[in-house]
Design a protein around this ligand. Structure first.
Ligand code: GLN
Length: 317
């Protein structure tokens, strides 16, 4: 196919999205997350896919209008916004960038690393990242996160109050992780407040189309291809994608890169965002997860589309 933009042309992308939807909708493997009570009621049949080209074209299939909480897919955006302020080298020094090889909520990720950093894509590193958010008080720091993620999406994001209340009431483990980090001097502001801001960030509502725009912004050197706004610098974007390639799928990051060949980030509500640098962003939403907390249909769709659209960064032809 002859490419008009940065991805193959519209007919090709539309038909491949339809094919992916039809092929993987019947898959019933995996289970909806229930450790956050409010997530347990998500319908396992929901399945939406969206691609946004860096030229701003938007392609959709399935349940693209359904809203869900962003969960861990927020992590790279908060990291990028913080790295933009403190610099990419300082971000590496204070947060770490190696894959722990462990689950997203692991405490050993901290204990086993000599300098007690994790990486910003697991809960420990993400809560530490949140503790670096600038602002004179909690309200100002929340505004920084909320406005920043909204710029990536291209409009002001709403909060899922039910998910926020549900996770706040049950996030003892994340509170423990923050205290442990604080004990090692790896929290950079109040751990209780940072954990609350982190939990609120995870509860921001997006659609799969919002997420594809956010993904395309990372694919486009930090420029939102729909609004035209430069949200973060190209250098920050490049470093963020490197961390995603290393750790975006937690302990399955190696298998993901082996199969899909693209930086990506998953979250427990069932979203996966996949970034094709210089080309565009793919987002999928389907709540049933594998044991590592990654959407089963999302992973299958990303693998299929990476190959079919010619996006794998390790492919020579
Ligand atoms: N809010 C969730 C948590 O901290 C996010 C985890 C995830 O999406 N993997 O447990």
């Amino acid at each position: 196919p002859v490419s008009t933009g940065h991805l193959p042309g519209p007919d090709v992308v539309n038909s491949l999205l339809e094919t992916a939807h039809a092929r993987f909708a019947p898959v019933t493997d995996g289970a909806v997350a229930d450790y956050i009570p409010a997530l347990a009621c998500a319908s396992p049949s929901l399945f939406g896919l969206c691609v946004v080209d860096v030229d701003g074209s938007v392609y959709r299939a399935g349940d693209t209008g359904h809203e869900f909480s962003i969960q861990s897919v927020a992590k790279p955006f908060v990291f990028a916004l913080v790295a933009q302020v403190i610099g990419v080298d300082e971000a590496r020094r204070q947060l770490g960038v190696n894959n722990s090889g462990l689950a997203f909520n692991s405490v050993l990720a901290i204990e086993l690393n000599a300098d007690r950093t994790a990486n910003p894509m697991v809960n420990a590193g993400a809560i530490a990242t949140t503790s670096l958010v600038p602002g004179s008080d909690a309200a100002a720091r929340w505004a920084f996160i909320h406005e920043g993620l909204s710029r990536f999406a291209g409009h002001s994001l709403a909060l899922d109050e039910e998910v926020y209340a549900s996770e706040s009431a049950t996030n003892l483990r994340n509170r423990g992780i923050a205290q442990l980090l604080d004990g090692y001097g790896r929290m950079y502001s109040d751990p209780v407040e940072a954990t609350d801001l982190y939990t609120r960030t995870c509860s921001l509502l997006i659609t799969v189309e919002d997420l594809a725009v956010m993904s395309a912004t990372l694919a486009d050197g930090g420029v939102n291809p729909v609004t035209g706004e430069q949200v973060v610098d190209p250098l920050v974007c490049k470093r963020t994608l490197a961390v995603l390639a290393t750790a975006g799928l937690y302990e399955r990051s190696g298998e993901w890169l082996y199969d899909v060949g693209l930086p990506a980030k998953s979250g427990v509500s069932g979203a996966i965002m996949t970034v094709a640098p210089g080309k565009g962003g793919l987002a999928t939403f389907s709540p049933p997860l594998d044991e590592a907390g990654n959407s089963v249909r999302g992973r299958l769709a990303a693998q299929f589309l990476s190959d079919a659209l010619g996006l794998n960064i390790f492919a020579s032809v």
